[in-house]
Design a protein around this ligand. Structure first.
Ligand code: EPU
Length: 441
């Protein structure tokens, strides 16, 4: 199977990008659909590898999940017959642990493997398991098999406060809350806009979820039933990838549809860097090169800050800035797998040590003071990039590598296209429409 891109870089990218649906909403709406009565119709679902793997996984459990059109998926959990998530299928996709919710809903008991997925640091689910237990679910872990065994002794109720917020953790506990007869309260929640989209979907189908002051309260739901088709929001990460690439290539690209509220921190930083940013109309933005780019330091943080998923793309833009800039990653450990690969193109990037006062509260992962971390890089721009052979090892890093070679002179190969395609729909086609030379080989 062809799993590489052959890219001839150095073109100014110009034209229009229509964004696909958000991966990090699509996956959760599919899983939550298994708790509904009847067919659930989801629109704007991107045909990306993560979604396709999840569709296969859901089908292996006996549920229905079929594409009706390119981006319209019909899901029905009524035929679920298996409460054990297969180890191999589960290990392909990290969100498989969110199947705790529909499987407990249907069977009262389930077996779910420890999740796999993106290779960003350790990525444990310790806080999420603590949350399940706090809401009354009995959870045991068998280190021999790598499986969690969860059992619903009584309807979930009570409250849980995340020690540090978790995006998928907030969503999973919210879905568990859908089974309460009383009330479930989740505190110190994540505030990512993808969670709001999931709440919109669930509340429009009979759920009673209220967000207030960093807290989510789930009341007793009606039986979940879809009243009308649900269209998921656009992918803000995809926008950032194409916007930074457009400007770094000295090009000019319009991108839509996107709600400004999803990207305002990105727009601010782009303007600070001297990139051209213009709101053409509601939900449509133009990103263009308008002269020398300035280096801008960033520190990643949960919404409304500069998102961790955006930093590999930011590194690509900063390679073209006139001076040195810093990226400090706070949310995940080990999110710089692109650095060594970009150096093969001639990029001038180095790891730097950063001392912070209280690392265990500053970083969002579980910080171990006895471990050495590489959380900060310095990018020395502008870099002249040349061709090379690169290997993708995680999704967002993969997009950065493909964008890096699109800026480089000569012909390059990027291996591991299927990892990038876990999160980007029609990547090669969208780049070709902008005038880029890219071929899947
Ligand atoms: N964490 C723990 N224990 C837990 C839960 C989280 O240590 O029980 C740590 C994580 O390892 C991380 C930090 O807490 O260092 C925050 O993790 P969070 O749980 O918020 O991230 P996630 O839910 O695993 C989702 C997205 C990510 C996105 C982050 C941050 C999905 C499927 N994934 O991950 O998206 O970067 O939130 O917004 O929604 C991507 O699309 O490429 C991607 C990685």
């Amino acid at each position: 199977m062809s799993d590489s891109y052959l890219i001839k870089g150095g073109k100014q990218l110009k034209g229009e990008v229509i964004l696909s649906g958000a991966k990090n909403v699509a996956l959760k709406t599919i899983i939550a659909a298994l708790m509904f009565k009847g067919d659930v119709i989801l629109k704007n679902i991107p045909r990306i590898n993560d979604v396709l793997d999840l569709v296969e996984l859901v089908k292996s459990l006996g549920a229905k999940a079929e594409f009706k059109e390119k981006n319209t998926l019909v899901v029905n959990g009524g035929t679920l017959k298996n409460n054990r998530v297969d180890l191999v299928s589960g290990s392909k996709i990290r969100v498989s642990f969110m199947l705790f919710a529909p499987l407990l809903h249907r069977f009262g008991e389930c077996f779910v493997p420890n999740p796999g997925g993106c290779r960003i640091g350790a990525r444990p689910i310790d806080r999420i398991i603590k949350g399940l237990i706090a809401l009354g679910i009995k959870v045991d872990y068998d280190p021999e098999t790598g499986y969690y065994h969860a059992k619903m002794i009584a309807k979930p109720k009570g409250s849980y406060r995340f020690e540090k917020p978790s995006h998928t953790g907030t969503e999973l506990l919210m879905m568990i809350g859908l089974m309460t007869d009383e009330k479930v309260e989740i505190e110190n929640v994540a505030n990512e806009p993808e969670i709001d989209d999931l709440i919109l979907y669930l509340n429009s189908s009979g759920a009673s979820i209220v967000e207030e002051n960093n807290k989510i309260i789930v009341g007793k739901s009606k039986e979940l039933k879809q009243k009308e088709d649900f269209t998921i929001m656009s992918d803000r990460n995809e926008l950032v990838t194409y916007a930074t690439l457009a400007v770094a290539s000295q090009g000019d690209v319009t991108i839509s549809p996107i709600d400004e509220r999803l990207i305002f921190s990105f727009l601010e930083i782009m303007k600070e860097a001297g990139a051209g940013v213009e709101e053409i109309s509601n939900f449509k933005y133009r990103f263009f090169y308008q002269g020398v780019l300035k280096p801008v330091d960033i520190e990643t943080s949960p919404h409304p800050g500069f998102m961790t998923d955006w930093q590999p793309s930011w590194a690509i833009l900063m390679l073209k800035a006139n001076g040195s800039s810093i990226i400090h990653e706070r949310v995940f450990e080990n999110r710089f797998s692109y650095v060594e690969e970009l150096k093969k193109l001639g990029a001038n990037i180095e790891f730097v040590n950063t001392e912070v006062e209280n690392p265990s509260s500053f970083y969002h992962f579980n910080h171990d003071k006895n471990k050495t971390y590489q959380q900060t890089i310095k990018i020395i721009g502008p870099s002249e990039l040349h061709n090379a052979i690169l290997n993708i090892s995680d999704l967002r890093a993969g997009a950065a590598l493909a964008c890096g070679v699109l800026l480089a002179t000569g012909e390059s190969v990027v291996n591991g296209a299927s990892i990038l395609e876990r999160g980007y729909e029609d990547f090669a086609e969208k780049i070709r429409k902008l005038g880029g030379e890219i071929k899947k080989v």
